[in-house]
Ligand binder design. Structure first.
Ligand SMILES: NC(=O)c1ccc[n+]([C@@H]2O[C@H](COP(=O)([O-])OP(=O)(O)OC[C@H]3O[C@@H](n4cnc5c(N)ncnc54)[C@H](O)[C@@H]3O)[C@@H](O)[C@H]2O)c1
Length: 256
C-alpha cells in the first residue's frame, strides 16, 4: 500500500512508539484515530496535529471500547486501511522470588491481557472493518502492524510475564496473516530492542548509558522515530506479510 490517504487506528497512540507513529502517519496525510487510556495526552496530541486526527479513549482489552474506536475511524471520509498496535505495559517479577514466593498470578494475567489479548482485539475488529472496504492494488484492503519485543526471544530474568505476552504476539503473526489473506489484509510485527520512550525515561542516566553500551551498532538507544519509520515502511511495502522484524541494532539481551 503506497497511499496514505486513508484512515488509520493507532493503539497506545498517545505516548512513545505509538505517538511517534501517529505523528508520522498524520504527517503523510492519514486520518489517524488515537486509541489510548491516557485522555489528556491523547486529546492534546489530536489537537496539536489537527486535521482528521482524533482521540477516542479506549481500553484495548475491552470489546465494546475498541469497537467504538474502530467505528469512529470508519466514519471518516476515507477507508480504514491501517491498524498499528502499540498499547502495552511492562511488568518485572521473577517466577520465584528469592524468598521462594511465587509470581503473583494477577499481574501475569493483566500483562497478557493488555499486550497479547489487547493486540488481538484491535487486530480482529480493525480487520473486520477493513474487509468491508473496496480493495486497492494487488487486492489489498489493509495492513496491521503489531508490536512485540526482543523479549519475545531473549526474555530476561524477571520478564516472564512480559516475554510470554510478546511471544504470543510473535506466534499470532503468521496465522493472522494466513487468516486475513482471504480479505487482502497483511499482518506484520515489529520486535523492538531498547527504545528511548517514557517506558525507559524514568531510568537514571547511568542505567540508560549502560543499556546502550550493550547494543552492537548503532551504540545508542533506539528512537521512537526509528520505530515509526519501520511501521510506515511495512505499510508501504505490499509484499511484506506474516513476518516479525527485529529492530534492535543487533542487540541480544543477556539473562540480566
Ligand atoms: N520502549 C521500549 O524499549 C520497547 C521495547 C520493546 C517493545 N516495546 C513495546 O512497545 C509498545 C509501546 O511502548 P512504549 O515504550 O511506547 O510505552 P509507553 O508507555 O510510552 O506507551 C504505551 C501506551 O499504551 C497505553 N496503554 C496501556 N494500556 C492500555 C490499554 N489497556 N488500552 C489502551 N492503551 C493502553 C498507555 O496509556 C501508553 O500511552 C509496548 O507494547 C511495549 O511493550 C517497547
Amino acid at each position: 500500500m503506497r497511499d496514505f490517504d486513508v484512515a488509520a487506528v493507532v493503539s497506545g497512540g498517545a505516548s512513545g512508539l505509538g505517538e511517534a507513529t501517529t505523528r508520522a502517519l498524520a504527517a503523510r496525510g492519514a486520518a489517524v484515530t488515537i486509541l489510548d487510556l491516557q485522555e489528556d495526552k491523547g486529546r492534546a496530541l489530536a489537537e496539536e496535529l489537527g486535521g482528521q486526527t482524533t482521540f477516542v479513549r479506549t481500553d484495548v482489552t475491552d470489546e465494546a471500547s475498541v469497537q467504538a474506536a474502530v467505528d469512529e475511524a470508519t466514519g471518516k471520509d476515507r477507508p480504514l486501511r491501517i491498524a498499528i498496535n502499540c498499547a502495552g505495559v511492562a511488568w518485572v517479577q521473577r517466577t520465584l522470588a528469592r524468598d521462594g514466593s511465587p509470581h503473583e498470578l494477577a499481574p501475569f494475567t493483566r500483562t497478557v491481557m493488555i499486550n497479547l489479548v489487547g493486540s488481538f482485539n484491535v487486530l480482529r475488529l480493525a480487520s473486520a472493518a477493513m474487509a468491508r472496504t473496496e480493495p486497492g492494488e494487488d487486492g489489498e484492503r489493509g495492513v496491521v502492524v503489531n508490536t512485540a519485543s526482543v523479549a519475545a526471544y531473549d526474555g530476561q530474568i524477571g520478564q516472564i510475564a512480559y516475554a510470554a505476552s510478546k511471544g504470543g504476539i510473535v506466534g499470532m503473526t503468521l496465522p493472522a496473516a494466513r487468516d486475513l489473506a482471504a480479505v487482502g489484509v497483511r499482518v506484520c510485527t515489529i520486535a523492538p530492542g531498547l527504545i528511548d520512550t517514557p517506558l525507559l525515561a524514568d531510568l537514571p542516566e547511568e542505567a540508560r548509558t549502560s543499556l546502550a553500551a550493550n547494543i552492537p551498532f548503532p551504540r545508542r538507544l533506539g528512537r521512537p522515530e526509528d520505530f515509526a519509520q519501520l511501521a510506515l515502511d511495512i505499510v508501504e511495502h505490499g509484499y511484506l506479510n506474516g513476518e516479525v522484524i527485529r529492530m534492535d541494532g543487533a542487540l541480544r539481551m543477556a539473562p540480566k
